[in-house]
Design a protein around this ligand. Structure first.
Ligand SMILES: Nc1ncnc2c1ncn2[C@@H]1O[C@H](COP(=O)(O)OP(=O)(O)O)[C@@H](O)[C@H]1O
Ligand SMILES: [Mg+2]
Length: 506
């Protein structure tokens, strides 16, 4: 495989990776500044107008921005933050990066985190000396232990302040009473207003992750409700589709302080995705030079359909293909080759992570595309708990995801990658499952020998099995569970009174 060297992109005449899926930088001197690389959802679009009007209303606001993962939500909010910080008449102050919202937050940790972000930005703008209220600033710096060193990216520094931002590095926060923190926060707002800003935008991201933990999330919102209401604060919460309805709406007290409905972002159009990628080529082209497209536009459009317009997935897939594609001279990757590569890459990845049995089950799921737990159990003829086990693993790996997380009867869907492999498998004689039938019924010698000695319809215990095979109870249990999964046995009873009913012979 081609190893990526630092100047890998230079063979195409590009200064950097055009398919980078990090959010666009708010800084104008970045290689991909948001001011230039942002496409679509401009002045003329509904979502732009709505968002702008909300930020225009003086006094502050609370808004939810929603959409599927990878459609460009974070970038949308960043773009507005950029406009309000740099291009508007009434400027709104904003922190660097996005604040990761945590369900573990109470009022105190919420305040500490927000203060950390604001203080860091103030520090970056003014260094150690702030034109106003210097003593407050010094206290805040001390409180947050912000030691921004020269040449250190502030993002890295952020990771170690305001406990809870990063898991790896936790610096204990000096115990400051909540009332004092609240006071600091209000003073901090005043300080920022005195610097000539009309307000402050707080951008909370990653709320996607919280949707799994609705109650904790709601508790946090309930606690911080009055802080969010402080004047001149514009708090933006970015989450997955349904966030507003499932988390905010049910809380009367919280909903009343939010703008009445979420701003929903659809995927960008095909033209916009292509344009975004073309602009990146232009911006990254070495000065006064042409560039070679690493990939045909046709491939981008193919991926657009595959990933239902989600630009992040489209660019991630291109990046993976280009870096996988062994080349020492620049070639533009065409559609045929791209499909082939995608197939190889995805199936290799799946085969590394899953057993043949798991792959086979995953392909069955792909065949159904959307399914409920019960439908799947019926279709696969598995035990309910076994279905649950597979689903848990696939969900962790991102191969399936719930479409409707809230209602009791969840409907799940396979990821685009899995569906792609399934369709390729259907349309050609390629098979991702290596030796399904063999693996499917494969029993160890011990298992088949033992199974032969039990009558169909009889019940056996772990001890029976252990004695028969002269093995330890734990090995016996492992064998039995495996036989159950393969449909030879059915388990009933609990703990010490667990029995296995023999369903068929080997
Ligand atoms: N309007 C846009 N113009 C240009 N690039 C975009 C736009 N929206 C998203 N992107 C790019 O797509 C990638 C994913 O966007 P992101 O905002 O992180 O999506 P989300 O927050 O919805 O998961 C990022 O690399 C981002 O730069
Ligand atoms: Mg995002």
């Amino acid at each position: 495989m081609h190893s990526l060297s630092q100047n890998f992109w230079t063979i195409y005449g590009l200064r950097n990776n055009p398919y980078d899926t990090n959010a666009l930088a708010l800084y104008t001197d970045a290689l991909l500044p948001i001011s230039k690389a942002y496409v679509g959802r401009g002045y003329e679009s509904k979502e732009f107008q709505l968002f702008t009007n909300i930020l225009r209303s003086p006094g502050g606001a609370r808004i939810v921005v929603e959409g599927e993962i990878g459609v460009g939500k974070t970038t949308f909010v960043n773009y507005h933050r950029y406009l309000w910080e740099k291009e508007s008449k009434d400027r709104l102050f904003t922190h660097c990066g996005e604040i990761s919202f945590s369900v573990q937050w109470d009022r105190q940790s919420f305040l500490v985190n927000v203060l950390s972000y604001l203080t860091t930005k103030l520090y970056l703008l003014y260094g150690n000396i702030l034109p106003v209220n210097n003593s407050l600033f010094q206290e805040l710096l001390l409180l947050n232990k912000v030691f921004v060193e020269e040449n250190t990216q502030w993002q890295l520094t952020l990771g170690c302040i305001g406990g809870g931002i990063s898991k790896e590095k936790q610096i204990s926060i000096p115990m400051v009473p909540e009332a004092k923190l609240y006071h600091y926060f209000r003073e901090c707002i005043l300080t920022i207003l005195k610097l000539g800003y009309a307000g402050i935008i707080l951008h909370f991201d990653n709320l996607e992750l919280l949707q799994k933990n609705i109650e904790a999330c709601q508790k946090t919102f309930d606690e911080i409700r009055d802080i969010l209401q402080l004047p001149n604060i514009y708090s933006i919460f970015v989450g997955k589709t349904g966030f507003f309805n499932h988390i905010i709406s049910p809380l009367e007290r919280v909903r009343s302080i939010f703008f009445g409905w979420p701003i929903f972002l659809k995927p960008l159009s095909q033209e916009d995705v292509l344009k975004a990628i073309h602009i990146r080529y232009e911006l990254l082209a070495s000065q006064n030079m042409r560039y070679i497209k690493p990939i045909e536009d046709e491939v981008v459009l193919y991926l657009y359909n595959l990933y239902e317009g989600k630009i992040r997935f489209i660019m991630d897939a291109i990046y993976a293909m280009i870096t996988y594609f062994p080349t020492t001279f620049p070639q533009t990757l065409g559609l045929m080759k791209a499909k082939e590569l995608l197939k190889t890459m995805l199936s290799e990845k799946l085969q590394n992570l899953l057993s043949s049995r798991e792959l086979e089950i995953l392909m069955q799921m792909a065949k159904m595309k959307e399914f409920s737990n019960a439908e799947l159990t019926k279709k696969l003829g598995l035990q309910r708990q076994n279905t649950a086990k597979y689903m848990k693993k696939f969900m962790e790996l991102g191969y399936i995801h719930p479409i409707n997380q809230i209602s009791k009867k969840s409907i799940y869907r396979v990821s685009e990658d899995v569906y792609f492999l399934y369709s390729i498998q259907e349309s050609s004689n390629f098979s991702i499952v290596l030796s399904p039938s063999e693996n499917f019924v494969f029993l160890s010698k011990r298992q088949s020998k033992a199974l032969k000695t039990f009558r169909i319809g009889s019940s056996i215990t772990t001890r029976d099995y252990a004695e028969k095979c002269q093995i330890s109870p734990s090995s016996a249990l492992r064998d039995l569970k495996n036989l159950e999964e393969k449909g030879y046995l059915q388990r009933y009873g609990i703990k010490k009174n667990t029995y296995f009913l023999v369903l068929k012979k080997a």
